[in-house]
Structure formats: C-alpha cells, structure tokens
Design a binder for this molecule. Structure first.
Ligand code: GBH
Length: 477
C-alpha cells in the first residue's frame, strides 16, 4: 500500500450521551424515548439498557484522563435533551443536568481539549414523543427552544456545534423500519421533513443571534455508506448505486446544500404513490419559502461513514415504503473483511470515493468527518489488530482524498473512545479504542492496542515511520 503522508488538519475524538452517560434518572433528568425503548422487552440485545452505560455522568475526570492519554485536540459528545429540559420544553430548565455539561466542558478546556457538541443524538424527550415526536411539526419550535438554551448557556465556551446526528437513522430506523426508538413504521418521510426544518431553524437562530458574539461553526452530521454498482458494466446496477446514494446522503444533504429533495426521490415517490391510487406523493413537499430557508444552513459538511455496499435493482412491486421507492438491493463482496457488526465490512476505498462524491455533488464544502470506526463482538482481544488496520487504511484514504483529490477535508474523528451502549445491539458490539470491563463495577477504561496506535498517529498528525519505531513521525517530502 502506498501511504499518503500529508498531514490532516487535526485528528480528534468523539462521543454521545445516551451511549455513555448512564444516570438515567439522576438529578431531575426526564426520560427519553431510548430509556423507554431499552426497557421494553425484546427491543435491545441481551435486554441491555442505558441506565448505567459507561457511567460517564459520574466519571468526568476519568474520561478526561483517557482523552489526555490519546492526545486528542477535540472531543465530540452530545447533550441529553431531557437531562436539560426534562419535559422537552423550556417550561422547566434542569440546572443540575446543565451543570454536568458545564463541568465537562470546563474540564475539557482545562485539559486543552476543545468540546464539540451535538444537540441531538437520538434521545428525544419522552414527553415530546407523547404528542408524536418528530412526526409533529411543533417539534421544530421545541428543538429551536432547546438549542437556544444551549447556545445561551454554553455558547461562550463551545465553538463547534452539530444540530442533528444522522437524521437518516432517526427517520429510517426510528420511524421507518421501527428497529430503533420510538419504533414507528413507515413514517420516515414525515419525520425527515421535520428533522430538516428543525436543523434549519437551529442554524438560523445561531446565525442571527449568536454568531456575532460566539463566532463558532454550526452544521449537521449526515451519515452515508458508499455504494458501488454490483456489476460496473451493467447500467441498471450503476443506476441502482446512484439511487442508493441519493436516497441516503441526498435525502438530507440535497435540501440543506442545494435546496429541496433530490429530483430522483421526488419523481420516483410521486410516481409510485399515484400509481397506488394515493392522492399525492408520500414525500412531503417544501414550499418555496421553506426551500430558501433551508438551503445554505451549513457551516461545514459533517460526515459519519463506516462502510460500502454493492447495489443492484430490487423490484418490490407496489410496496409503498422507502425500500420499494429506492428499489435497490444491497449486498457485500464476500472477500470484504467483516467486523462485529453484520453491516460493517472493511472497505477503505469507499471512504475516498464518498469524500470525492461530496466534494463534487455539494460544492466542495469543508468536510468534518465526525465518526468512523469498527466493532468487535463479544470477547475483546486487547490486541485488536483489525481495528488498527481499519484506522490506518481509512485515515490513509482520507488523506488521499485531501491531497490527491483536493477534497476540503478538515478533520477526522474516530468512533469511538470506549465500548458503549450500541443501541439495539446493546453492549455486545464494541467500537471502543478503550475496552470497558463491564464485569468490574468500577467500569475501568482499558486501552486496546488501537488506542496506542491512534495516539501515535495523532502525535505525528499523520503516519509514523514504520521503519523507525512507533513514535518517529514521517515528514512529507
Ligand atoms: C453511528 O451510526 C451512530 O452515530 C453511533 O451512535 C453508533 O454507535 C455507530 O454508528 C456505530 O453503529 O441492525 O439493521 O438496525 C451509524 C449507522 C446505525 C448503522 C445502526 C447500523 C444498525 C443496523 N448505524 N445500524 S440494524
């Protein structure tokens, strides 16, 4: 493998509230849809829940020590909406909950680690779900109010905001397939519509009211696989791969970066809806005013990426849902190396191609990779060579995109710092650079070998010289 040695602007690290905080009812916190979902039988593997998680609510100092060992410059985490606003509204601001984030942010800054805050990483206040959650358009104003509280209270100390993490997952898994909270079926287009509007309102609020004094960046994190045609010589497979991408990344990126949904989504969903005798398309329409309000609500392109699929056509007849509309079957090449997650194959080449696609499709935006990583399942081998392989090869492809393709890649963030609550998979799928020993009540964070390797890469801001021991850094020619 020819490695690219140019430097990344910075290499950073991440994290999210429900997956690590625990303390699900501490200090006045309200319940979220994930608290409820995880306490519903058969929803989460091994009946795991987030009641304790990694106990990060009580381990600020320990977590910061671990981050210092990694030498990261930034730490991405999310705020639990119902910890700050227990019923989801500003009728009651829970100062104790807010205080946790103040202490975390202050601790990070004292350690010279910049905080990056995600406002919403999937744990909607349960009270808001009772009136429909993301299906009820009033959630847009609720989200704006919540964002207002965080900007006004934390904004003087935080320079990097992410409104929503992976709206695709919220809409499609939460409100489409029903495999994630709140477990609703086939309402993904409505949920997505409100997610996009909520993002836009939070961006405008920051832009109009806070940017002048706080001078930070705010945008959204969109996730996407890369899709290759299963047979590159078949036009129908090429078309299927393009549909896969437009129905995935385009669903959210197109309205925010270009205005409105991708043409291909609009036309296919309308045609199939009318053919089924519906009076109108199942894809809601933005008004011209809404389009101009949404278009351009980004300071950067936040990207979460893990893997690649092979696409071919999939005719589901008259089936009136996302799968039927997209009409694409996804498979994997059986030579691709797997992971602890059935959906995640090691495919570094797809990372570079996706970055180039974003550059060309969305006007060469500044790209911040906000998640990338790999899992194991079950017993953790601290000598996690496959994870080292994954990070080295994906980071290398990221650098190739930056240097050779001139993609405006600004930052790279690993997922994740430590093993945590992996949603419907519970604690069985582990993405951590640090192993969390759950059979020890202290939940110690123990470095896997990948953590040492990652720290070395960060220290070098690029790759160390393989011929010169682990800490010698190669300089670009
Ligand atoms: C990210 O989502 C999340 O932001 C993060 O919280 C998560 O821990 C990380 O990935 C690792 O999964 O079993 O069919 O329901 C990435 C998107 C969401 C893709 C969950 C796989 C499970 C598929 N992932 N999804 S399924």
């Amino acid at each position: 493998m020819q490695r690219v040695f140019a430097m990344a602007a910075f290499v950073i690290l991440l994290f999210f509230s429900f997956q690590i905080e625990g303390s699900w009812r501490a200090d006045g916190k309200g319940l979220s849809i994930w608290d409820k979902f995880a306490h519903t039988p058969l929803r989460v593997g091994d009946s795991d829940n987030g009641d304790i998680a990694c106990d990060s609510y009580n381990k600020i100092d320990e977590d910061i020590e671990v981050l210092k060992k990694l030498k990261v410059t930034h730490y991405r985490f999310s705020v639990s909406w119902s910890r700050v606003l227990p019923d989801g509204t500003t009728n009651n601001i829970n100062e104790a909950g807010l205080n946790y984030y103040h202490r975390l942010v202050d601790g990070l800054k004292a350690a010279n680690i910049q905080p990056q805050i995600t406002l919403y990483h999937w744990d909607l206040p349960l009270e808001l779900q009772k009136v429909g959650g993301w299906l009820n358009e009033t959630v847009v104003q609720r989200f704006r109010d919540y964002a207002d509280v965080l900007f006004s209270r934390l904004g003087s100390k935080v320079k990097f905001w992410i409104t929503l993490n992976e709206p695709y997952i919220v809409a499609n898994l939460g409100y489409g397939y029903g495999t994630f909270a709140p477990g609703i079926f086939n309402k993904q287009y409505t949920a997505a519509h409100n997610l996009i509007k909520a993002h836009a309102e939070a961006w405008h609020l920051y832009n109009d009211t806070y940017r002048a004094t706080q001078d930070g960046l705010i945008s959204i994190t969109i996730n996407s696989d890369w899709a290759e045609p299963r047979n590159p010589h078949k036009q129908e497979d090429v078309d299927a791969a393009m549909r896969y991408l437009q129905f995935f990344i385009g669903w959210f990126a197109h309205p925010i970066f270009k205005g409105d949904y991708p043409e291909i989504m609009k036309s296919i969903i309308r045609r199939r809806s009318l053919a089924a005798g519906l009076p109108q398309s199942r894809l809601p329409e933005f008004t011209p005013e809404e389009i101009s309000r949404i278009k351009g609500t980004h300071d950067y392109f936040g990207l979460n990426h893990y893997t690649t699929v092979l696409a071919s056509p999939y005719d589901l007849g008259n089936q009136q849902d996302y799968e039927g509309d997209r009409g694409t079957r996804q498979t994997h090449d059986r030579t691709w190396i797997g992971s602890g997650s059935f959906w995640l194959k090691i495919t570094p080449f797809g990372f570079r191609r996706l970055l180039k696609f974003i550059k060309e499709e969305y006007g060469n935006p500044a790209i911040y990779v906000t998640e990338n990583g790999i899992s194991e399942r079950g017993v953790v081998d601290l000598n996690d060579v496959f994870r080292i392989y994954y990070y080295e090869n994906y980071i290398n492809q990221g650098l190739k995109a930056r240097v050779l393709d001139e993609v405006n890649l600004k930052a790279y963030t690993a997922w994740s710092l430590m093993d945590n609550f992996e949603w419907a998979a519970g604690f069985a799928e582990q993405f951590g650079l640090f192993f969390v020993n759950r059979s020890d009540p202290d939940l110690p964070r123990i470095p896997k070998n990948s953590a040492l390797r990652y720290a070395t890469i960060i220290n070098c801001n690029g790759f160390p010289d393989p011929a010169n021991g682990t800490h010698e850094c190669l300089k670009p020619e």
